[in-house]
Design a protein around this ligand. Structure first.
Ligand SMILES: Nc1ncnc2c1ncn2[C@@H]1O[C@H](COP(=O)(O)OP(=O)(O)OP(=O)(O)O)[C@@H](O)[C@H]1O
Ligand SMILES: [Mg+2]
Length: 381
């Protein structure tokens, strides 16, 4: 648990943080958001004692952070920053191993941990461990930044716009990965962003700041539906129904029985699999999505192999942990009425359709969970 009580930070006449009181329960993600200069970074840096408050008190797991040394405190706090900040002269493995080395871990343990973390953030340990930061894309570097922050398994994570410097698509993937990782690890996290969608997606609770002052600290739903003032209302934006879709995970809505065949299945099995479908997904022996087969073509006499569209799963599927908003956006981009849901390795988990999204929206608006007959029929055709 992290507790700030009446914390203020002044720089001369500037009040960077103004009487901030905030409590983040263990295992929750608090997203700190607000316009540039509102005091987000200053708040994080006070928690790991890179900046000292002018007044007020900060507690981590019940004890005042001033009661132990800053070094001791930081061992329990992972920190990932705005500009990634990887050490350029160290390999990826060396970067991730920084804190474990400081803690005096044995070599084998460090190697195991590095491989485990690279795996966790979706990068192949054999390929990436020996690379240098300059050989990484922006998105890869940010993943390494997150892996490094997690290295010594700290119960607390402070993340300052960890996905700030990448394109929107990569950002969505990093968010999905973060959501997935957080579901497993249940860290106590303060996550800074100024992207409202990112906040809505990742937060258990959102703390919205302006000019150093806390405006509202509530669940994303509460900020959307019951803004405390006009600033909160305007900051959260107008497209509330869409924003709410950003709160629902595809995992909670997808149907697990997506029609699929193995790449290696014989011709007659492939034909038979089509049945009354319009298409079936094609997977490899490990279940990784390879593309789909057009059943209308197959019915029309096209050889099954010829009827398969092969496409990289990263382009054509949403990952577990993604939101309905992303699923919808991918459907619109691809021009499909449904889209596959895959795990971090691309293995097919299920499928989500427009009708599923529609019924979720209806449920959210009117508290009636029934999909209409029309929308329920649409998907399988
Ligand atoms: N070391 C410093 N000396 C003087 N003023 C500072 C210092 N650090 C921050 N400030 C001021 O404090 C205020 C809050 O800064 P902070 O970096 O916390 O904002 P932020 O919310 O993280 O902004 P951004 O979204 O741009 O990263 C700003 O007005 C900034 O200019
Ligand atoms: Mg900042």
């Amino acid at each position: 648990m992290i507790r700030l009580e009446g914390v203020t930070k002044r720089y001369g006449d500037t009040v960077a943080v103004d009487d901030l009181t905030l409590e983040v329960p263990s295992g929750e993600v608090c997203v700190l958001i607000g316009p540039s200069g509102c005091g987000k970074t200053t708040t994080l840096r006070m928690i790991n004692r890179l900046v000292e408050p002018t007044s007020g008190r900060i507690e981590v797991d019940g004890s005042d952070i001033m009661s132990a040394s800053a070094v001791e405190l930081r061992r329990h706090i992972g920190y990932a920053i705005q500009s990634v900040g990887l050490f350029p002269h160290l390999t990826v493995a060396g970067n991730i191993a920084t804190v474990p080395k400081l803690l005096g871990w044995k070599r084998e343990r460090i190697e195991r941990r590095v491989a485990e973390l690279l795996d966790l953030v979706g990068l192949d340990p054999a390929e990436y461990g020996t690379k240098y930061p300059r050989q990484l894309s922006g998105g890869e570097a940010q993943r390494i930044g997150v892996a490094r922050a997690l290295a010594a398994d700290p119960p607390l994570l402070l993340m300052d716009e960890p996905f700030g410097a990448v394109d929107p698509l990569t950002r969505e993937r990093l968010q999905a990965e973060f959501a997935r990782i957080q579901r497993e690890l249940r860290k106590t996290v303060i996550f800074v962003t100024h992207d409202v969608d990112e906040a809505i997606r990742l937060a258990d609770r959102v703390a919205l700041m302006r000019d150093g002052r806390l405006q509202q600290y509530e669940t994303p739903e509460a900020l959307i539906d019951h803004p405390a003032n006009k600033f909160v209302h305007d900051f959260m934006g107008a497209d509330r129904a869409l924003k709410r879709l950003g709160r629902v995970s595809v995992d909670d809505v997808m149907r697990a029985e997506a029609p699929m065949i193995r790449d290696s299945d014989a011709e007659d099995i492939m034909r038979a699999a089509c049945g009354s479908m319009r298409f079936v997904y094609v997977v490899d022996a490990e279940g990784v999505l390879l593309g789909w087969m057009d059943c209308v073509d197959v019915a029309g006499g096209v050889h099954p192999d010829e009827a398969i569209t092969r496409i990289a799963w990263r382009e054509a599927a949403v990952q577990s942990g993604s939101s309905l908003k992303e699923a919808l956006s991918l459907m619109l981009a691809l021009g499909f009425r449904s889209v596959a849901v895959v795990d971090g390795r691309g293995a097919l988990l299920g499928e989500i359709g427009l009708a599923d999204i529609e019924s979720t929206m209806t449920a959210g608006d009117s508290h009636m969970a029934q999909p209409t007959e029309e929308s329920a029929g649409e998907e399988s055709s």
